[in-house]
Write a protein that binds this ligand. Structure first.
Ligand code: HEM
Ligand SMILES: N[C@@H](CC(=O)c1ccccc1NC=O)C(=O)O
Length: 283
């Protein structure tokens, strides 16, 4: 069949689906590829710098989608609509698998390869990824001190300020527990959300009750396990980042001014959902 006949057949088939709203729309225009594919600007002439840029850009795109899903999931939890929330969280888990897998591609970068273009990075660093920081805030790792580095970027700063000041996904899960009749301390249900979350024995007891009678609380149990899955994957990403950094720059200082691996290893101690892990010792 000729291309022309094919084209006309599709045009007919798609008529009912609103194709006439923009019949000239192309793949590249729809996806904004002009801008996307013109956004890689290596600063050196080194072959491997493009890999470094693409991995980071792809990661930022996945982070954008994760934020979209997690904020929507949080809204569904707020509305007691756990089914749609589960679907969104499951998608984030698969995105995390992609993010984790990207370390495998980056591990083809040897110390010699990286050292050739590292000086061109100046003081730029993943430390300045505001989407990463937003993810941490939306999940529940509130650390207002991390805002400082974004002072010069009003859009990023405003988004971070908002995420810092509103309940995280975990805060909403605890409010849901309270609506279901669990005894959650008042200061965990309404507080200055900008403060780091502090683990509470009452919250652990509530989750423990969910895990001890899963039949009675099946959806809460499912929510808890989905959160545990998110945290485990997040930790796997952090750990692989740290090991990749060690492999590529050893124990050199980071371009962002931290100790490098020593800083990244401390970040591994940060937990989003502390009671969901601590309760396991009592099961
Ligand atoms: C050769 C590859 C990489 C090296 C050597 C590296 C190195 C580092 C170092 C040393 C830090 C600590 C901050 C500093 O002082 O600069 C850091 C932070 C960070 N990097 Fe990377 N990195 C690499 C790849 C990536 C990739 C692919 C991403 C994906 C987006 C990423 C995201 C981040 C983030 C989000 C932080 C902040 C972590 C936090 O504050 O907990 N890095 N990186
Ligand atoms: N902190 C890294 C530099 C770095 O990795 C980086 C630099 C610019 C943009 C993204 C980066 N990735 C993660 O930190 C280093 O010290 O080599």
């Amino acid at each position: 069949m000729s291309t022309e006949t094919n084209r006309r057949r599709y045009a007919v088939d798609l008529e009912g689906e609103g194709v006439h709203e923009r019949p000239d729309l192309s793949y590249g225009a729809y996806l904004g590829l002009d801008t996307l594919l013109a956004s890689q600007h290596p600063r050196s002439d080194e072959h491997d710098e493009l890999l470094f840029i693409v991995i980071h850009q792809a990661s930022e795109l996945w982070m954008k989608l994760s934020l979209h899903e997690l904020r929507a999931a949080r809204e569904q939890v707020r509305k007691d609509e756990l089914g749609p929330a589960f679907k969104m969280i499951a998608r984030v888990a698969r995105i995390q698998a992609q993010l984790i897998q990207s370390w495998d591609v980056l591990s083809t970068l040897t110390p010699a390869d990286y050292t050739r273009f590292r000086p061109y990075l100046g003081q730029s660093s993943g430390f300045q990824s505001w989407q990463y920081r937003l993810l941490e805030y939306v999940l529940g790792n509130k650390n207002a001190g991390m805002m400082a580095v974004h002072r010069g970027d009003p859009t990023a700063h405003a988004a971070l300020e908002q995420a810092l000041a509103e309940p995280s996904l975990y805060d909403e899960a605890l409010r849901l527990l309270a609506r279901r009749g669990f005894d959650i301390p008042a200061d965990r249900l309404d507080r200055d959300w900008r403060e780091p979350y502090r683990a509470s024995p009452e919250v652990e007891a509530a989750w423990l009750a969910v895990y001890r009678d899963t039949a009675a609380h099946w959806d809460l149990y499912e929510l808890a396990e989905k959160l545990v899955d998110l945290e485990q994957r997040f930790q796997t990403w952090r750990f692989s980042h740290m090991k990749t950094v060690e492999r590529v720059i050893g124990f050199k200082q980071g371009t962002g001014g931290t100790g490098g691996v020593s800083y990244l290893s401390k970040a591994l101690d940060l937990t989003f959902f502390p009671e969901l892990f601590s309760l396991r010792t009592s099961l």
